[in-house]
Write a protein that binds this ligand. Structure first.
Ligand code: G1P
Length: 293
């Protein structure tokens, strides 16, 4: 098993975003904004801060705008330069990954998360890598993936981020089975199940969308049949890998917002807005007023 540095990450962005129609009719759901940045920008920033040098986006139709977002915008930047808008230029430069630091590949058919990750196999190659599900926004400093890399440097193997969820919601997620104290900072994972039927979850810890995996997962994904929802599930392939390698769960310190749901998306907007001093001063009175009984 390899304990190489984590240099590459996969961001699966092929989903249709049907829960946000009509907003996502022409706009990828990953480009919806939290305050003033698209969701995907937060996730890319989290990856880069954790030392990721190369990001593989697994895309689908109508996702070109994501590629444009991470490219130089010549016309816009020229105009900003002519107008002396240095601050805006600096901002655009800071968010841009290094030249050659991104790859885009298409998931041609919506066969599930496991299949989406498998589509990145050639671009990742034979090295351990990270996966960040862009629906899940992790608000913390240091970022969730940075915290995971720190754990990985000690444990090696595979590391996934887990978090407690109310029992009536376990059927919406991948749930882990663990050995030991579920409230510990790191836990030994002994099993996992994707979207367990209500009342059958092995714990209340769900997989919240950040993974560090060994490349062996690709060989297992290649053979993986369909699972929950008739899709090829990453969770099922990880369970197979667990027969050969260790899996450590990290309960990261920070907040998770499930931006795949409207309530999570709105909560993230409020949380990030309240973090900005100027904006917080403006919206706090509005929120207080709206919440008055
Ligand atoms: C996926 C994973 C699941 C995980 C979840 C987190 O499910 O399959 O294990 O808990 O992301 O958001 P999906 O949201 O694609 O149904």
């Amino acid at each position: 098993m390899q304990k190489k540095t984590i240099r590459k990450a996969v961001l699966p962005v092929a989903g249709l975003g049907t829960r946000f129609l009509p907003a996502t009719k022409a706009l990828p759901k990953e480009m919806l904004t939290i305050v003033d940045r698209p969701i995907i920008q937060y996730v890319v920033d989290e990856a880069r801060k954790a030392g990721i040098e190369h990001i593989v986006f697994v895309t689908g139709r109508n996702k070109h705008v994501i590629e444009d977002h991470f490219d130089i915008a010549y016309e816009l930047e020229d105009t900003l330069r002519e107008r002396g808008k240095q601050e805006a230029l600096d901002l655009l430069e800071a968010i841009r990954p290094a030249a050659g630091g991104t790859s885009f590949t298409r998931q041609q058919e919506p066969l599930g998360l496991g299949h989406a990750i498998w589509c990145a196999r050639d671009l990742i190659g034979n090295e351990p890598f990270a996966i960040l599900l862009p629906d899940m926004l992790m608000k913390s400093d240091p970022g969730c993936l940075s915290q995971m890399v720190e754990v990985y440097e000690k444990t090696g193997g595979n590391v996934i981020s887990v978090e407690a969820v109310p029992e009536d919601q376990t059927h919406n997620y991948g749930i882990v089975e663990i050995d030991g104290d579920p409230s510990a900072h790191t836990v030994k994972i002994t099993g996992m199940v994707e979207k367990p039927k209500p009342g059958t979850a092995p714990s209340n810890l769900f997989i919240n969308g950040r993974y560090i995996l060994q490349p062996r997962i690709f060989e297992l994904l290649e053979k993986q049949g369909t699972g929950a929802g008739g899709e090829i599930q990453l969770t099922d392939a990880m369970l197979a890998l667990m027969g050969e390698q260790t899996f450590t769960g990290l309960r990261f310190e920070g907040e998770t917002y499930d931006c795949g749901s409207k309530s999570g998306f709105l909560a993230a907007n409020i949380a990030y807005a309240l973090e900005d001093e100027e904006l917080a001063g403006q919206i706090r009175p509005v929120l207080n007023d709206l919440l008055k009984v």
